[in-house]
Write a protein that binds this ligand. Structure first.
Ligand SMILES: Cc1cc2nc3c(=O)[nH]c(=O)nc-3n(C[C@H](O)[C@H](O)[C@H](O)COP(=O)(O)OP(=O)(O)OC[C@H]3O[C@@H](n4cnc5c(N)ncnc54)[C@H](O)[C@@H]3O)c2cc1C
Length: 419
């Protein structure tokens, strides 16, 4: 029987499932991947394009922006070139009808499935706070990262030279810290370009918790704080943002800081498709609860069985036995889950025994401006140039895992050249 597999989302999780299934299933299996964009985004390098210095000639060069975007946007066609039985559909998923085994997209087209994998990722979450959306720059999409870059560039070009430029980063997690490190380098170069004094800008991280990088070891958190302070970044912890005006960010305790440009890295929640599904159980950050095989638990959405629906990546909430909390929303977790689901799906199709999902142990590599990074794992902790070289090798390792070797090398080299 021909199996019809539908994968929603061409990010870290979706691409991994589709590739593993394409490699291991017979060619008559029908694999369809629906993604709203024709490319797969490499999010870990967004902070680099958001702080990329591109000295312009007399006329702005659109080609430079395109090259910049293509350091993190990997065309899906390139990834699946070898696998012609994988159909790529560039459309926005709008509705999922579990009872009919059907998915609808923006153009009104319907796709039926025997097996569904949901991997639609997450979106920025402003936690219902007043005046935030529209005043901050988010960094969830390639174009948003480019918008940050362009807005900072404009600010340095147009603000009066005697006035200080204040860049605020709301959220002291991985992205917030990486962004701060990148923006220091960028701001220094822009200051030199526009003849501004080196001390004419200020970068501040606003963190609600009592330390930055709450998800890593206390060694990594303290080392990162020390590094950022050395670069001149101010860190304000225990600062819960509640409101924003055009000029000020206001905290729960009544304090406030002024800003010229604010970047939001503080919160994400699952793609809104999850919250709109009838009868499903939503967990922390509106993620879909999953069973031990990463499937929607049976008995939800008024169905007797959801055994043909898998959820992975940022959309999925998985908390195995003995785990203190659910899995972090990371690319590593999404890839690992994608690999597992492709394997489990194949075993399910052939009626073989299933093994429950065992999550991977996360390792962290955090870029902190210049040629400096921090590597934090259970047994090995490194900071400085060696960690930075490891961080730069990761995109190549990832790209060579999803692309032919030559294409991966060309893409990686383009990034190296530009940055
Ligand atoms: C700026 C940034 C930096 C990060 N850095 C790191 C890092 O260094 N290391 C790390 O491990 N993790 C990092 N992460 C987290 C990581 O990107 C996510 O955890 C990971 O992408 C989740 O994978 P996913 O497959 O669930 O979703 P995604 O990779 O986000 O993929 C979801 C896909 O679905 C598509 N999509 C969404 N809605 C629709 C729709 N309605 N219809 C059709 N398509 C749709 C999207 O376009 C996207 O291609 C970072 C995230 C960001 C935003």
């Amino acid at each position: 029987m021909i199996q019809n597999i539908l994968i929603l989302g061409g990010g870290f999780g979706g691409v991994r499932v589709a590739l593993d299934l394409a490699k291991h299933l017979p060619r008559n299996a029908k694999i369809t991947l629906i993604n709203r964009a024709p490319y797969h985004s490499y999010t870990p390098d967004y902070h680099r394009i958001a702080s990329a210095f591109l000295p312009e000639g007399r006329k702005p060069d659109p080609k430079k922006f395109l090259s910049l975007a293509y350091t993190v946007a990997i065309p899906l066609k390139m990834i699946f070139k070898k696998y012609r039985h994988v159909e790529i559909v560039v459309e926005e998923v709008t509705d999922i009808f579990f009872n009919e085994n059907k998915v609808e997209v923006g153009s009104g087209r319907g796709f039926s499935y025997d097996w569904l994998v949901m991997a639609l990722g997450s979106k920025s979450d402003y936690c219902g706070m007043q005046g935030i959306e529209g005043r901050v720059y988010a960094v969830k999409k390639v174009e948003e990262a480019l918008n940050v870059r362009n807005a900072v560039d404009e600010l340095f070009a147009h603000k009066a030279k005697h006035e200080r430029i204040k860049l605020a980063i709301i959220g002291g997690g991985f992205l917030g810290c990486e962004m701060a490190g990148g923006l220091v380098d960028f701001a220094k170069k822009l200051s030199a370009l526009h003849g501004r004094p080196r001390s004419s800008f200020e970068i501040i991280i606003l963190e609600a918790g009592d330390r930055i990088l709450a998800g890593v070891s206390s060694w990594a958190s303290a080392t990162a704080a020390e590094r950022l302070k050395k670069l001149g970044v101010k860190i304000k912890t225990a600062s819960v943002v509640t409101e924003m005006s055009d000029k000020e960010i206001i905290f729960k305790n009544g304090e406030h800081v002024s800003y010229d440009l604010a970047v939001w890295t503080a919160g994400v929640c699952a793609n809104s498709i999850a919250a709109n599904l009838p009868g499903v159980k939503l967990e922390n950050k509106e993620r879909l609860d999953t069973d031990k095989y990463l499937r929607l638990p049976t008995g939800q959405a008024g169905l007797s069985s959801h055994k043909n629906v898998f959820v992975i990546g940022d959309m999925a909430h998985f908390q195995g036995d003995g785990m203190e909390r659910s899995l972090e929303m990371t690319a590593q977790a999404a890839i690992h889950e994608g690999r597992y689901v492709a394997y489990t799906l194949r075993r399910t199709m052939f009626g073989r025994r299933l093994f429950p999902y065992v999550p991977c142990v996360n390792k962290f590599l955090i870029d902190l401006g210049g040629r400096y990074a921090i590597f934090d794992s259970k047994y090995v902790k490194i900071s400085g140039l060696v960690a930075w070289l490891m961080k730069r090798a990761v995109p190549f390792m990832y790209m060579s895992d999803i692309l032919p070797w030559r294409a991966a090398f060309a893409l990686w080299r383009r990034g190296i050249k530009i940055f």
